[in-house]
Design a protein around this ligand. Structure first.
Ligand code: AR6
Length: 176
């Protein structure tokens, strides 16, 4: 399906295997690694990613930073920090929107044409997936209004259940 001028693919799989220009990491404010997607990216990507993360000296929630992809089959990793659900004085929705939107903005600055996102904040950070998927859509739609660079966004889900929830949501959207 398309959102504006961007082709959207909903996939089930492991984001570290994506052969795209950039994958997005669901990181934490330290940018020094963790579990979930973050753990998998650093484990498979090797020490060069962490070396560049250290130089960034952290990342505020909703912002994004870029590094090499080390040994991964993509070119860059964009590290963003989603909100810990319920910890942000009613700002969860805006912060999750910003995590997606700012990752796309940074990708555009680097001339990235193809990018893959995991489902940010819905693991350790407990964001309800049915609410999160609407925000993913809204952020891509808003970004697509001024997009001239990005051609393809892959939304990569790790479990069958989450993959089905995304599919159901995107299948119900009116085609434009
Ligand atoms: N590929 C795609 N999706 C994955 C993969 C993978 N290899 N591994 C896990 N997922 P989480 P968050 C899914 O917890 O909620 C870390 O410790 C997973 O099933 O990785 O943003 C960071 O350092 C879930 O649906 O990210 C932070 O401290 C989704 O990715 C914190 O977790 C996101 O789960 C960030 O928490």
């Amino acid at each position: 399906m398309k959102i504006g001028n961007i082709e959207i693919q909903i996939k089930k799989g492991d984001i570290t295997e994506e052969k795209v220009d950039a994958i997005v990491n669901a990181a934490n404010n330290s940018l020094l690694g963790g579990g979930g997607v973050d753990g998998a990216i650093h484990r498979k990507g090797g020490p060069r990613i962490l070396e560049q993360c250290i130089k960034h000296r952290g990342c505020p929630t909703g912002e994004a930073r870029i590094t090499t992809a080390g040994d991964l089959p993509c070119r860059y990793v964009i590290h963003t920090v989603g909100p810990i659900y319920g910890n942000n004085n009613g700002m969860d929705e805006i912060l999750l929107f910003n995590a997606y939107f700012n990752s796309l903005k940074l990708a555009q600055e680097y001339g990235i044409k193809t990018i893959s996102f995991p489902s940010i904040s819905i693991g350790a950070y407990s964001y309800p997936i049915h609410d999160a998927v609407k925000i993913v859509y809204n952020a891509i739609k808003e970004f697509s209004k001024t997009n001239e660079i990005i051609e393809e966004i892959n939304l990569v889900l790790y479990s069958d259940e989450n993959h089905q929830i995304y599919r159901d949501f995107f299948d119900k959207l009116p085609q434009n």
